[in-house]
Design a protein around this ligand. Sequence first.
Ligand SMILES: [Zn+2]
Length: 350
Amino acid sequence: MRAEKPQSGWKVLLVLFALPLALYWLVPIAARLLLGIGIEAPQWAVPLVTGARPQKAPPPAMARPLDALPAESTGGFDGARAWEHVRQQVTFGPRPPGSEASRRTQEYIRERLKDYGCAIEEDSFTASTPVGRVEMRNLVAKIPGESKSVVLLLTHYDTMTGENFVGANDSGSSTGVMLELARLLCSTKRQLTYWIGFMDGEEAYGVWSDVNGTFGSRQMAAKLALSGELQQIKAVILADIVGERADLLRFKRESSSTPWLIDIIWDTAKRLGYGQHFVADETPIEDDHIPFIRRGVPAVDVIDLEYAHWHTPQDTLDKVCARSLGMVGHVLLESLPAVEKRGWSKAKKQ
Ligand SMILES: [Zn+2]
């Protein structure tokens, strides 16, 4: 009798521990087999097999590319692709200069430009900032044209230093637009040469001033002035914060920008039916175009600073609209012939 007691205890143990354990292992194996032959495992078993979390409905932001205008209606510029570039940047997290996320962003830009067949020049420099010396890097895609005269398209890819600030619109949006423009421009030879500059260090550390902010564009303008190449640049077209919801998107004429360049872009927008987004009001904004304006290079800033989430942690991907990116890309692309014409006639006079 005494000998039977431990035996029944062993059976109880088996039922209490071994059986659930066996089930724990058998269920995933069975589920894997079932999945393998195309039969859906019960939803609760999927994470056991794949390690994945149960699928939830995708967040609304993921639906944004569907809002994009078809590329056929925007001169080939694909707003959904531009939006995807924004999404990728945001996945790297906050991207202040010198950070690991900044390095990953540079790598992303570099890889896309290589995909599109663009030649790339990089300038690594150390900026003196209010928080000390910071490593920064500008990347420039260079697309040779028939003339050496240059149209320089610009964006900044750094984000403001701040906790949880991922800068989806400021300025993941314009960086996405410039990458999509690179896809279209790098495979063609136009009358003028195109450079597409991805600037680091646009954002200030604390209070904005002439020497705090626009580190990348000041570096580029100064370097080009030194080498003498600055005089090749016939126009600078800067985009910044361009992905606001289409029903709120509103660009004002920036007061320091060169009037003939503003006119070309605003007239093109009107002609394409986007007149309500490019309004006649004026506003002064200091941005990456200023170092070029100060050196006498015609420049324009296409920026929507009425964005409610500007410089807040709410500047997230769900605020960025593929439709808006498509419209802005379309306007910039369709403005280029007139910009080239003006740049070409000026180039001949020199
Ligand atoms: Zn900013």
